[in-house]
Design a protein around this ligand. Structure first.
Ligand code: FES
Length: 155
């Protein structure tokens, strides 16, 4: 009696083994990529092109003189201020002390950080409180009906 014939049918052929190996290997590689890619994306700084990108901060008729708004600039908050003379100024809204978001105070005509009572002037200079450095200034361009902010030189 030959018992090897039925068992021989259960043994995986080289083609099946190769296919199973490919499927398992692909699954492992896909799992590693899905774990490593988000970590690298979080750890590595954004590309230069992303950092230089322009942002439409407001529409031309959106801000009255003496008002301001916070807008998203890249992955950080920024503040667009319309000064009393009608011109615009854009600054980083990240406090240079411990990174709280600053806010415009129309009555005091300054920029205030509520976290530790830090005060900046409308040029972004640190005036009082714990902030060690001025706020970073961005370039503002009025293009038709849009107020565009970029990291380039101020115009
Ligand atoms: S975080 Fe702004 S004053 Fe401390």
């Amino acid at each position: 009696m030959d018992i090897s014939a039925p068992e021989a049918g259960r043994v995986a052929t080289p083609g099946r083994r190769r296919l199973l190996g490919f499927l398992v290997g692909s699954g492992v590689v896909a799992s590693l990529v899905s774990i490593i890619y988000p970590i690298l994306k979080f750890v590595l700084p954004p590309r230069r092109a992303e950092m230089d990108a322009e942002t439409v901060a407001a529409q031309a008729n959106e801000l009255a003189p003496g008002t301001a708004k916070i807008f998203r600039f890249g992955n950080q908050p920024a503040i667009l201020i319309r000064l009393a003379d009608g011109s615009y100024r854009a600054l980083s809204a990240v406090c240079t002390h411990l990174n709280c978001t600053v806010q415009y105070r129309a009555r005091e005509r300054d920029i205030w950080c509520a976290c530790h009572n830090g005060v900046y002037n409308l040029q972004g200079g640190n005036v009082s409180g714990p902030p060690p450095r001025p706020l970073r200034e961005y370039a503002v361009h009025v293009r038709g009906k849009e107020i565009v902010v970029s990291r380039g030189s101020r115009t």
